[in-house]
Design a protein around this ligand. Sequence first.
Ligand code: T4K
Length: 370
Amino acid sequence: MSQILVTRSSMPDYEEFCEEIKKLWESHWLTNMGTEHKELQRELEGYLGCPHVVLYTNGHLALENVIAAMQFPKGSEVITTPFTFASTTHAIVRNDLIPVFCDVNPEDYTIDAEKIESLITEKTVAIVPVHVYGNMCDVEKIADIAKRHGLKVIYDAAHAFAVKYKGVSSANFGDAAMFSFHATKVFNTIEGGAVCLANDTLVDTLNDMKNFGIRGPERCVFVGGNAKMNEFQAAMGICNLRHLDREIAKRKSVMERYRERLEGVAGLRLCRPQKDVESNYAYFPVVFDGFGADRNQVFEALGQQEITARKYFYPLTNSFECYTDLPTAGVEKTPVAAYLADRVLTLPMYADLALEDVDRICDIVLSCRG
Ligand code: T4K
């Protein structure tokens, strides 16, 4: 039996990628916003129906930079959730801002919009919600809260590329949305990311931030860093975008097979499909509670058969040792997130996962009941 990992990068045919990068051998232009970069940016703006897409070398720097571009005073508070990858919280803290952790809701594990307002103080400047697993946050309620309190909303949409709410791409909610195009994501550029914006007010700043503030051979206007997407990354994105809708359809079949096998089993909780949301089937989280085996036992049983599920997202970021001194840290402040982090397992999910393998994974999971 071959090893199955939690995910496997989607890749174009070798020949297709070679054809795409052939021009780089002609031009010798490898980075610094070359033709591949420009083409991918244009294609993504079209695919997402978003007027401004700023490409980055990874999603984390995209998030860190867009928060920085908003120029919040140091020490300001940003409401976010701890049920996420390290990147979300780190991006806030690395900008000298204080993350204030809001709990998640028990339905789709995104920020509990009902609990946001009680966390707002005179120091609050923004909300950074996460469309975790590709589940959309309550974008309407969040927009309403933000408007009434004069807050910015920056979505961590790392998991939500190609997800739509009421027909509108996740790129188009909030003041900005960040995507990750990491190898593990539904759409990848090897490493990569983007900031998506509805208007152009931050576009120049973001471009300065990712390219040293250089505006021409003899002009430097901003103390920027380097976070450019290179031409090989962009070429991978151009190829992968051609096949994306098919890849998502294959993921859907995998998800349907999982649901057929696991839905309604006592002690297992699956995420319900969200109303008005077109999913990208990025992850397949299962919560184990009263199943007859706990999450860690199922994780071990799968591991013994060379199947690697993952405990995304355990531990919560508000329990990271690097945040011991943060006054807002502590899992007791986010009990639903703490409950989930102790019980959730994301099962293998990728476009090429064979349905027989899904069956095998489900057989092992179900056999853990004893
Ligand atoms: N915000 C959120 C909510 C995020 O989830 C992330 C990233 C970010 C922000 C930041 O975006 P980036 O700066 O990464 O663009 C992985 C990814 O590295 C990370 O991108 C992702 N979230 C996170 C949820 O998962 P690990 O430490 O679990 O990755 P790793 O190396 O264990 O890989 C997981 C599995 O993926 C492997 O078992 C096999 C498969 N894989 C991995 C790699 C590296 C491939 O098939 N191909 C590959 O090249 O973090």
